[in-house]
Design a protein around this ligand. Sequence first.
Ligand code: ATP
Length: 320
Amino acid sequence: MTLTALAPGKTNLCLFLGETRADGLHELVSVIEPLSLADELTLEPLPGGAPLAAAVGAGDMGCAAGEDEVVCAGVEGPNLAGEALAAFRAVSGWEGPPLRLTIAKRVPVAAGMGGGSGDAAAALRLVAHAAGRGAGDPLLAQLAPLLGADVPSQVAPGPVLVGGAGEDVRPLPPLPPHGALVLPSPHALSTPDVFRAADRLGLPRSAAELAARRAEVEAALARGELPAALLVNDLEPAARSLCPSIDAALAAARAAGADHALVSGSGPTVVGLFLGPDGPAAAEDAARELRDRFPGATGAHPVDAAFAAVRGVWDDPQSA
Ligand code: ATP
């Protein structure tokens, strides 16, 4: 009665920022890919069948999500994965046993790699499996946008082109082979702060410009390419303005041989792209070289839904 799943961190190979919509979210066009740097989630019935939330408390080791418990060292406060469990129960009506979800964090937190969103998406895959539903159950796609703009793209991890504010997700065929050097930062950045800085700096593009960039991205993807001119993150100047040490990480990734270096999402993590079939090995080598200066430097590669699939056995009579 234990299920496990990996929750890949993501990076944005490009992120073009548009204007703010009526709901306060920015329009964007982004190519997002999941990486092998992933959190590890384990779902099991709560031992004893009774909530342990009171015993564990809401400190940095765990927090209560209704009758379910989330244990996630390194993340304080309400956990998005717990909200995913609660949302699943509320909407599906599933009355399975109280659950304990344990998250081993590997993806840097508040770092532009969508770690919380990835965990929420993985929690949905896990609880859906426990409830006897498949990973492709439409309920997951229905719940994901309610949990956050970055969750829909991570329900079935794979490269995607996103539009809207992240809710419009189009799966892509595999991109040309490459590796990714991930350089985490000792600092954290709040995503809303970075979007506010982008507004202050006047970075959002007009609707016409955003549509033009989207057309360029789509044309390049149709040719199976993503040329250097499109490997752009419009949020990068905003993240750099709030976290100037990003500049040293960008320079280090380039000096270590990355073909391109850019801030991941809202930052401050920097990703160096190493193109070609040898890219993943080159990214690993660069990570080893830089680990003294950048603790947590990791070589990663793109992954797919099979990497993130639910594994294990669940024998809940409620599932039948
Ligand atoms: P995004 O790229 O989706 O905007 P991010 O990568 O910048 O997000 P996260 O790692 O998702 O940031 O963390 C953002 C905040 O979400 C953290 O400050 C943390 O308090 C909260 N959070 C809630 N649940 C989680 C989780 N499972 N993992 C990480 N952070 C979480």
